[in-house]
Design a protein around this ligand. Structure first.
Ligand code: MG
Length: 164
């Protein structure tokens, strides 16, 4: 008799952060600092891509959300490197018996341009997840708060397979 195929699960993540008022705050997207760009506001480094990827993976494994694991009221997480938090979430996913297969993201932003940093972002995120992570940029075409360059949003979808 053929063996049962391994179980698979998908998870979705979404995050949005406004740009900070402080022009000296660095912009970190997908673990990569974008030189010369103003950063996003948030308790951690406000890495909107890493946060969406984290939520997608936690959701796929049925482990709740990023706020439960890394509360924004925790003083220890002030200015936290979100790639480190993503790594901790991946460890929790694996501990729960799931292995990430890939994550795909859409980042909605008007500026700065994602393309010059895309390879570095892919490498940083894929290393943290232990599986391919791809990121696509999408311009909001002037619509709403994102179109006025007031912030950046990211949507992520993750696939995990049961560990054998
Ligand atoms: Mg966030």
């Amino acid at each position: 008799m053929p063996a049962d195929p391994p179980r698979i699960r998908v998870g979705q993540g979404f995050d949005v952060h406004p740009f900070a008022d402080d022009p000296a705050r660095p912009l970190v997207l997908g673990g990569v600092t974008f030189p010369g760009a103003v950063g996003l506001a948030g308790h951690s480094d406000a890495d909107v891509i890493a946060h969406a990827v984290t939520d997608a993976l936690l959701g796929a494994a049925g482990l709740g959300d990023i706020g439960q694991h890394f509360p924004d009221t925790d003083p220890a997480l002030a200015g936290a490197d979100s790639i480190v938090l993503l790594g901790r979430a991946v460890a929790a996913v694996r501990e729960a018996g799931w292995v990430p297969q890939n994550v795909d993201c859409t980042v909605v932003l008007d500026a700065p341009k994602l393309a010059p940093h895309r390879d570095a972002v892919h490498e940083r995120l894929s290393t943290a997840v232990g599986a391919p992570v791809t990121v696509k940029g999408k311009r909001p075409e002037g619509l709403g708060a994102l179109g006025r360059s007031e912030g950046v949003a990211c949507i992520a979808v993750a696939l995990v397979v049961e560990a054998t």
